[in-house]
Design a protein around this ligand. Structure first.
Ligand code: ZN
Length: 460
């Protein structure tokens, strides 16, 4: 079989395709980075032979890249009652000092770690917009441009989600000093979106959506307005992460956060509810049937003491989900899936919870659901080794001792529950290898810049 001029061609020993596992799989990629042809059992002419096991790269649907710079540094007990809310104060102090250069340096290193850890596209939920005094930069999209710059320098796929953040809490409370860098009234947010849309066009394949931060940071009127103004593209919102947020929402809006969203907004395939940790069974079933995606961030939710997602009920309602690295306390796609399943096991005191059918592999169930949910939430054709999808491919080391005797779905069980990122050998985005032998091509320079940036910053 001959490969057309201009196509990159690879042949993988094994690959996980939408139809299942296949051997000796030829994959041809066009100039635009999308897969043109997939041919099991045949080698395209001139194909580069890759001896590993090819999986679709995992979308990371929820990230605040700058928080990587404080990861591991909010783990000391405070005077009393450490919680999400005390962590948030530490985070506000950390971000108050960040310059655009700092944000780009931190984001670039976070994205390097993502690519090495199996994430090939990131949804950047971007709310650090303004200077430390709360004034827009001369270019209102300065910070958005830095996120795009970090994405371009690392070759990770990007869905940029500029965040609409107006209030400091429910009841249209004034922003606190820690929040002034996030704040825009709706009209200035529209300007920010216009500028951000121009900026992302520099990045082939990048998508833009909106991220009303939460029901505490925007009013109901604003949410309706924003959903109408931006009638296409992803809509992401934090919801029901903390019980205090649920209580405050009931007091202010007369309903629980997810219940309010279900009752008042047209939750459909555009929407991604981040966390949705605290839901009644009724909310869970309704959200599951809505077509929206839930953005689960199990490592961060564990780190922040949020609570445990209502997984069994959600799955029974055919609910869609993806995973996100959120605070970037640990950047690791298999570990997010493992933490998700283990949290469900601890809650249900049972095993193999996030599956439906007898004999189904839990690793496969988690991996495939998170691929589909992540691709939908980020509004991109990713998450499958199939024609038309971007050639974002993670290649596992078939000779790793933990894979001895493993084939088919067991490979995904070993990846998720046993060997984790230690299996990841090569990672491609848009058909080009960006990680070889487990290391990103620009790791050294980007890590050096990260080191000099973070060592200069006050942390904690
Ligand atoms: Zn978040």
């Amino acid at each position: 079989m001959s490969s057309e001029a201009g196509l990159r061609a690879y042949q993988f020993k094994n690959a996980f395709l939408p139809s299942g596992w296949a051997d000796e799989v030829g994959v041809e990629v066009g100039d635009d980075g999308a897969i043109v042809r997939v041919t099991p059992g045949t080698a395209p002419d001139g194909a580069e032979k890759i001896s590993g096991i090819a999986l679709p790269g995992m979308p990371n649907l929820h990230c605040h890249a700058f928080q990587k710079g404080m990861a591991g540094l909010a783990e000391r007990r405070g005077p009393t009652g450490d919680s999400f809310w005390t962590w948030r104060e530490v985070m506000y102090r950390f971000l108050s000092q960040l310059t655009p250069d700092d944000v780009e340096a931190i984001a670039a290193f976070a994205y390097v770690e993502m690519l090495e850890a199996g994430f090939t596209t990131v949804g950047e939920f971007h709310y650090l917009h303004h200077d430390p005094a709360g004034q827009p930069y001369d270019d209102i999209g300065e910070m958005a441009a830095r996120i795009v710059g970090a994405s371009a320098s690392t070759a990770i796929g990007l869905t940029l989600l500029p965040s609409l953040y107006t209030y400091g809490g429910f009841g249209n409370a004034a922003p606190t000093p820690g929040q002034i860098r996030f704040v825009n009234p709706t009209d200035r947010f529209v300007t920010l979106m216009e500028r951000s849309r121009q900026i992302v066009t520099a990045l082939p394949g990048a998508v833009i959506g909106i991220a009303p931060h939460s029901l505490r940071a925007v009013s109901a009127e604003q949410l309706h307005e924003a959903a109408a103004i931006f009638a296409d593209g992803p809509v992401h919102i934090h919801a029901a992460e903390q019980t205090k947020e649920v209580d405050d929402c009931i007091a202010s809006l007369g309903a629980r956060p997810v219940q309010w969203l279900l009752d008042n907004m047209n939750l459909d395939g555009r929407w991604c509810l981040i966390h949705a940790t605290h839901m009644t069974d009724d909310e869970t079933a309704r959200l599951g049937k809505s077509g929206a995606v839930t953005g689960l961030c199990p490592l961060t939710e564990g780190s922040l003491g949020d609570g445990i997602f209502n997984g069994e009920t959600y799955l029974a309602a055919q609910g869609r989900f993806g995973i996100g690295s959120d605070s970037n306390i640990q950047i690791d796609a298999p570990a997010e899936l493992r933490q998700l399943e283990y949290s469900q096991r601890l809650k249900a005191r049972a095993r193999n919870v996030m599956t439906e059918a007898e004999g189904e592999s839990t690793g496969r169930s988690l991996y495939t659901r998170a691929l589909a949910g992540g691709a939908q939430a980020l509004g991109q054709r990713i998450g499958a080794i199939a024609p038309g999808h971007r050639a974002d491919i993670v290649v596992l080391d078939a000779d790793h001792p933990d894979l001895s005797g493993a084939s088919g779905d067991m490979v995904l069980d070993v990846l998720v529950f046993c060997a984790g990122t230690g299996l990841i050998r090569t990672v491609m985005t848009g058909g080009k290898p960006v990680v070889r032998e487990g290391r990103h091509f620009a790791r050294e320079a980007i890590a050096q810049k990260y080191r000099s940036t973070v060592s200069r910053l006050a942390r904690g």
